[in-house]
Design a protein around this ligand. Structure first.
Ligand code: SAM
Length: 283
């Protein structure tokens, strides 16, 4: 394996220093999560690409599994008008109502191979897709595809929820349901972010730098504005999961009760750890 540099920075989000922005409209799940990430990092990526993204004409960015709301891409294509942005997702429902002409969405399934030539993009980004793929798919297809379409010297970045800490009894039950659902889909609930992705990247022998960047995000009113947003996002997410979990071993009524209990137990001072992994393809 080539020499891989790894460093970890761990910072607790200082909620008091965050500018308080009131939501003027109700944000959907994806927009809420995007807002939480933006506030806790202050930036939409951790790879060292800001300068090129700002001044280089046709700096090419790919977001894989961009989602039907394309929230990350809509924001970045507006912030960096000289760069070119492409979103790919297996869905065919993409945003239509945007005026940026440096952004396009393409339907594609990474498991069948990304519809791009080798060495096409300066920056390849992927976030919140951990629940979509098995460990084997990460190792055999996904990492290899992302590295393939990235230009030599280009950057690849992942963002995922890594861990939850100090959970209340209801949160533990909800997470056990998530694990059960993942198992049902053949996806391991072990933490692939911490170990797997690092190892799979190393195994390609095409990466010369890797580092991680973590943030601790509080859940609930004790965590100020960001804590309230995170609670709102969690409640929305668990509501969305309801239809997935009900075929498992919990009735709709029981699940509703669990959700109510979850909101009552926010004083447990639980928090989430989000992790970005940034790596550079060999120049
Ligand atoms: C939880 S969403 C995350 C969306 C987006 N990255 C964000 O940050 O809001 C996961 C996305 O991965 C997409 N996805 C799942 N499997 C995929 C595949 N095989 N190829 C491409 N996209 C896929 C889903 O359609 C979904 O839009």
């Amino acid at each position: 394996m080539s020499q891989v540099q790894k460093s970890t920075s761990k910072k607790e989000t200082n909620v008091n220093n965050h500018q308080i922005i009131k939501n003027e409209k109700e944000l959907n799940e994806s927009e809420l999560l995007h807002e939480i990430m933006k506030r806790c990092w202050g930036v939409n990526f951790s790879s060292p690409i800001e300068q090129e993204l700002t001044i280089k004409k046709d700096f090419k960015v790919l977001d894989v599994g961009c989602g039907s709301s394309g929230t990350w891409l809509l924001q970045l294509s507006e912030d960096y008008p000289l760069a070119k942005f492409v979103g790919v997702d297996k869905t065919s429902k993409f945003p239509k109502d945007f005026s940026q002409n440096n952004l396009q969405f393409i339907k594609g399934d990474i498991l069948k191979g990304l519809p791009f030539e080798d060495d096409s993009f300066d920056f390849v980004h992927m976030r919140f897709v951990i629940m979509e793929f098995t460990d084997e798919q990460w190792e055999d297809i996904i990492i290899k595809e992302l590295v393939r379409v990235c230009k030599p010297g280009g950057w690849i970045e992942f963002l995922e929820l890594e861990e939850s800490k100090y959970l209340s009894p209801s949160s533990k039950r909800l997470l056990a349901l998530v694990a059960e659902y993942l198992e049902f889909k053949g996806i391991s609930s072990d933490n692939i972010m911490a170990e797997g992705i690092f190892d799979f990247l190393d195994a390609t022998d095409q990466i010369d730098t890797i580092y991680t960047d973590e943030r601790l995000v509080p859940i609930g009113n004790w965590g100020g504005d960001i804590g309230k947003l995170t609670l709102e996002w969690n409640v929305k997410m668990f509501h969305t999961f309801k239809n997935l979990f009900v075929p498992l071993r919990i009735s709709k009524d029981e699940y509703e009760k669990l959700l109510n209990q979850y909101v009552m137990e926010v004083d447990y001072r639980s928090y989430l750890i989000f992790l970005r992994i940034c790596c550079r393809k060999n120049p």
